[in-house]
Design a protein around this ligand. Sequence first.
Ligand code: SF4
Length: 666
Amino acid sequence: MTTYKSTCPLNCWDNCGFVVEVEDGKIVKIDGDKEHPITKGKICGRGRMLEARTNSDDRVLYPLKKIDGEFQRITWEQALTEISDKLADVKQTFGSTAVLHSHDYANGGLLTKIANRFFNSFGGATELIGSICWGSGIEAQNWDFGNAASHAPEDIYNSKNVIIWGRNVTRTNMHLFGYLQEVRKKGVKIIVIDPIYNGTAKIADSYISITPGMDGFLAIGIMKELIRLDLQDKTFLEKYTVGYEDLVEIIDSISIQKVEKLTNVPRETITKLAHVYSEGPTATYMGLGMQRYANGGNTIRLIDALVAVSGNVGIPGGGANFGNTQVGQSFDSEALTLPEKKKESRAFVMTEQAEKILTATEPPIKMIMVSCGNPLTQVPNTALVQEAFHSVDSIVVLEQFMTDTARLADYVLPSATVFEEEDIYYSSMFHHYVNYGPKLVEARGEAKSDVWIWTELAKRLGFGEDFNYAREEYIKMGLGSLQDEGITFETIKENSHMPLPVNLVPWHDFQFTTPSGKFEFTSAIGEMKGYDGRLQLSYPRESVYTDKELARKYPYSLLTIHPLRSNHSQHYHLIESLQTVKVEVSKDIAENLGLLPNDIVRVFNERGEIKGKVQILKESSPNIVCIDEGQWHIFGGSVNSLTPHEVSDNGLGSSLYDCLVGIEKV
Ligand code: SF4
């Protein structure tokens, strides 16, 4: 048995350090690396499951082609020749953008960028932009600050108060939970604002229940109280912001009573929160769910505005912590992706990909290549995604298992797992360490790394010279921008992890990267993109305030939260107890409909339906239904059969939480 350091590749806040045991060329155990400065030896069950993923008997180990509706094993030579011929044909007949590259973030490795190198060298393709996950929030922070940058995890030691707003860190960000437990003992006040009383709320000094989709109104209410009490940071507002008068106009246009009604948060709580924000440093950690609404970008912008008005921007212990994109921006992406090779381009917003596939002309989408993603399960409005994927001539999926998307493909190409290829890994969400992931075992069967697959296709398509590099050389290209900081492939390999040179307290110099160089309450970037750059009083698309008739028909808000034990859809097939749909309902729904635990219910709206077993939430805002995202079709189906695919208000995010449903006992 030999022990190696490695890292978790999953799309998660924490990007943990691993210690992996290998015996006879097989991964036998995964544990936490106690020497990792942030994750300190603790990992979650999703990370441990990577051993089962690697060794599973159900892995796709050979190239497969669907012939007469059945998958049959073929050789790599046949697969690569046929796929490259199809790509060449489509490009010649319709142009390169008739190929859609549908991808997501299943793997946090730097070399996933090689897929973009392939499509750029191909001459361009239709690419996905924005994100189902956090697109609106990132765009919102780009408008306000010029970038989405979080404070370093250790900066929480400088906070007096911590607001956890819509992020269940026990489930999705376990190392922040560790920090919370630690600072709480030192007297830091922790407040959780969330529609659901979750594991994080259990350790908080106060839990504030809020109506889903109304978080922006709560931020307005708190700002209203800050101004009424004359507690706003006047120096910061005068010297470092633009558009404050527009913000005040919005704040003045709504009464505190209306805020109470919309949010279901009483006035005295709002006033207390104003004091908490003004008696800082107060750190705000936002979750991702509240920006998956039609008003999601505006929601994050209003919380950013609250952090700014209360003087918590750019100071140790403060911050509007959402994503930390400065981490990913440290790398030399262009060296890896060769954007100058692109001759044609077209982009679909990720959440809208199905609708765009169905309506695209000049050229239509003829072929889809899927990597690092499972759109059939993860993209909103499953029925539309199915229709869209069925409508194209050829689908190629790079995968490790027969996911819902792989089953729909014409070709499935077996991908290697994290332990079967060398890469470096990072997460642009929380901490700023890059981790080394060595190749520890040979890829099983005929599985190959995605880099190998793109290289072989490139060779057959005549641009192999762009792919004439070893993995190590690609990693070094991506690290070119960090050379002067002493961060090289060798130092990362030697230390297993290295801190990247990011701002640990973003905006500490009050030099914002917006067009004005200031924090922008009224966004010039927004205006340049054709939006109203001012903050708004905006509502979810599906709510009693925007569509009374819809709300009468479908009275409950559906939240599609991350599963505890699976990273999105990645582990459901490996854990038997996950293979039923769990429908969590708020107490009031259970009482009104006479539902008991384990009753089977049908949850439905005009987009689709899903059946599952009832569980009753202990404490939450009323009228809430929660179903974990990621469930496979064979185990009951994805909750996305209910969710909408329309974009959020700033154009780059999803609105999949903006979803009303009905429910009935079956
Ligand atoms: S899923 Fe997240 S918390 Fe779990 S091991 Fe991986 S990085 Fe760590």
